[in-house]
Design a protein around this ligand. Structure first.
Ligand code: IVH
Length: 675
């Protein structure tokens, strides 16, 4: 059956439009139509191709979704070899490179095209008369693997060159990479599906591209950057400068590294190295150095190659961010919030530019997930200023006696009970104020302005007080004497006296400040105030059970559990008693009894949006005054939602759960019913 001319034209138009939008989306990151509009174009093309199979072509955008699996990858002989680069690590090697280039060219300052060295895998892409025909991996440099079907799924690779006059033959070279964000997402999925995670984006890119089933590759979000040309025959291809060659590739629809530049002389090279080095962590993809290329293409030819690397280019590498070493032991460190962090003790290894002997293992789940055992050879990563971490085990190197690790049940610092809430990854020491590791931080918090407000008690002083053993708990502050304080470093008689006066002055406080100062997890200033108002007296608070605590405004099960845990610890009780006996006082009030009767008594109310005549605080005060409780989020336990103008998602949630929603008028009626 002949295909009507109008259909042929429509198919051509659709392909052109889809690829144009594809380019705007994947290469320029600036789409001009919605996903739905794009999908409509795509579906129309799919349907026409199904209806008229004659129209299907290998460069149709519908072919980006992957093809049936291959038995193996056919071999491809590269028309010109894909060579590698010599590396430079130190500045003087770069200076020597520049000197050699100048000597050989018998010239003065040389112009260089400089680019980031992308950490992925090298690929050559062949185009015949503008259509993508074949793509291959580097392999041994002379023969690679034909991964055309997989490359077709990468949206950043144009299936047709963006020019009406393409070269007869063009081979574009560049790097297939996976962006950091897509790598993180892929590993999340791998984890969720119980599959093995990839160690780094390069391995993920390589693993994804070397899939016999291109439908797997299609699901992996790879991308591509062009950095050179293998062969170019026919057509107008720039033959003078490398930088112009990249401009040309960019015009043909290829992404080129946005950080590329042209610089002069060794100084220019080294300045570029430092500039990119500073940006490295913030770039969306991983790079392992920068590449310097003599910009003049005739000079490149003149310089030629030695063995397998060009004399006209060099890779200036950053210090490796990952290295393998032996895991000697796993110890547990207690952080300032009581979090227990397993730390790997390592055989010293040079990584990220420094010698590393410790690396974090994050938490117990991470250790189990990565199956890390003591004695293993592990991959350690140190990127920028980030704390070094163990990212993976090298399973082939596991020795016979490798030992599993178990989280201790007692805090290694103070011997108190360790607890790990069911839905949390972090195990914590329950000792709070008593645990020396947490002591300094707890003391600083205790003394802070919004807590007990002890002026002059800062980091340096707390450090000394704790290290000399003078102060173990906040209660010890209240029995410091002048003799002891004066002996501390940089403490004159006058400043010692000032400190003691500030401590003395802090004794008279409020219950709210006192509760906040204790540093109970999840109890901030506002909650401390609510607790103080609700219970009036500290003893009432200490006696409260979970249900009693949850009657307090905004106290839910998590906060209530934190409070209970804190007060259940005998050390904490003791410190509180000592504080009281050493003179810390406040005015105790009567507990604020919920109004026994009335329609709002004992009810839970959520406020959302802006009410015409009440502020949020006023409405809250009215509800609480009537014995109700105001909470922050809507749940099945919510009785009423009071919604003003522009209500948020709480309104939707209330509708969904079928909870009574009141406007201001309804709210006033409800309140007034009781009186
Ligand atoms: S040019 C003849 N430019 O580094 C030189 N290579 O060790 C051809 N690479 O196999 C390479 N970014 O995989 C060049 N901007 C860049 C690069 C780059 C990464 C990789 C490429 C190559 C290896 C050379």
């Amino acid at each position: 059956m002949a295909v009507p001319e109008s259909i042929v034209r429509r198919v051509g138009k659709l392909r052109e439009a889809i690829e144009r939008h594809n380019y705007r989306y994947y290469v320029l990151d600036a789409p001009t139509i919605s996903d739905a509009e794009f999908d409509a174009l795509f579906r129309e093309l799919q349907e026409l191709e199904a209806q008229y199979p004659k129209l299907a072509t290998p460069d149709s955008p519908t072919r980006r979704v992957g093809a049936p699996p291959l038995e193996e990858f056919p071999e491809v002989k590269h028309a010109t070899p894909m060579l590698s680069l010599n590396n430079a690590f130190a500045d003087d090697e770069v200076v020597a490179f520049d000197r050699r280039v100048r000597e050989l060219l018998e010239g003065r300052e040389v112009e260089y095209a400089v680019e980031p060295k992308l950490d992925g895998l090298a690929i050559g892409l062949s185009y015949e008369n503008g259509a993508f025909t074949q793509g291959a991996t580097r392999g041994d440099g002379y023969t690679g693997e034909d991964v055309t079907a997989n490359l077709r799924t990468i949206h950043a690779i144009p299936l047709r060159l963006h020019t009406p006059q393409p070269p007869g033959s063009l081979e574009v070279r560049g790097e297939v990479i996976m962006r950091k964000r897509d790598f993180a997402r892929l590993n999340e999925h791998q984890r969720a599906d119980g599959h093995k995670e990839f160690v780094n984006p390069r391995n993920a890119a390589a693993g994804s591209l070397r899939q016999l089933d291109s439908r797997v590759t299609a699901g992996r979000r790879l991308t591509f950057f062009a950095y050179g040309v293998g062969i170019a025959e026919g057509g107008e291809v720039p033959r003078d400068k490398h930088s112009r060659l990249l401009d040309f590739l960019e015009a043909l629809g290829f992404p080129v590294p946005p950080e590329r530049k042209v610089v002069r002389g060794a100084d220019g090279l080294l300045a570029y190295y430092r500039e990119v080095g500073r940006k490295r962590d913030k770039l969306p993809y991983e790079i392992d150095g920068v590449v310097y290329k003599v910009n003049d293409l005739r000079s490149q030819k003149e310089l030629g190659f030695v063995s397998r690397a060009p004399r006209f280019a060099v890779a200036h590498k950053f210090p490796a961010e990952e290295a393998a070493t032996e895991l000697l032991d796993i110890q547990v460190q207690v952080g300032r919030t009581g979090a227990l962090t397993p730390v790997a003790r390592l055989k010293p290894v040079f990584v990220g530019g420094v010698t590393v002997t410790n690396a974090t293992l994050h938490n117990e789940d991470e250790i189990n997930r990565k199956d890390v055992r003591i004695g293993d050879t592990v991959i350690v990563r140190r990127a920028g200023d980030v704390i070094p971490e163990v990212v993976a085990v090298v399973p082939e190197k596991r020795p016979k006696g490798a030992r599993k690790f178990a989280m201790p049940g007692k805090c290694p610092e103070c011997g108190s009970r360790v607890e790990r809430p069911e839905d949390e990854a972090v195990a914590r020491c329950t000792a709070g104020l008593y645990c020396p590791a947490q002591r300094k931080q707890a003391l600083l918090h205790f003394a802070s302005r919004r807590a007990m407000d002890i002026e002059g008690l800062g980091d340096k002083l707390v450090e000394q007080l704790v290290d000399t053993g003078l102060v173990k708990t906040p209660a010890d502050l209240y029995r410091l004497d002048l003799d002891a304080v004066v002996k501390l470093e940089r403490m004159a008689e006058k400043s010692a006296a000032n400190l003691l006066a500030a401590i003395e002055g802090s004794k008279k406080t409020t219950l709210a400040r006192f509760v906040y100062a204790l540093g109970i997890r999840n109890v901030g200033e506002a909650t401390a105030r609510d607790l103080a108002r609700h219970f009036g007296r500290l003893d009432a608070m200490l006696e409260a059970d979970q249900a009693a605590l949850m009657e307090v405004t905004d106290v839910g099960p998590v906060v209530a559990a934190s409070i209970l845990r804190f007060f259940a610890e005998p050390h904490n009780r003791k410190v509180i008693e000592q504080l009281r006996s050493r003179g810390v006082t406040w005015d105790e009030g009567a507990p604020r009894r919920p109004a026994a009767k009335g329609p709002v008594a004992g009810k839970t109310v959520v406020l959302t949006g802006t009410l015409p005549h009440f502020t949020r605080d006023e409405a809250k005060a009215i509800i609480e005054g009537a014995g109700g409780k105001v909470t922050g989020s809507v749940s099945k336990k919510t009785d009423y939602v009071v919604a003003g103008a522009d209500p948020g998602s709480k309104y939707d949630k209330a509708v969904e759960l079928g909870i009574t929603i009141l406007d201001e008028e309804g709210f006033e009626k409800l309140i007034n019913k009781g009186s």
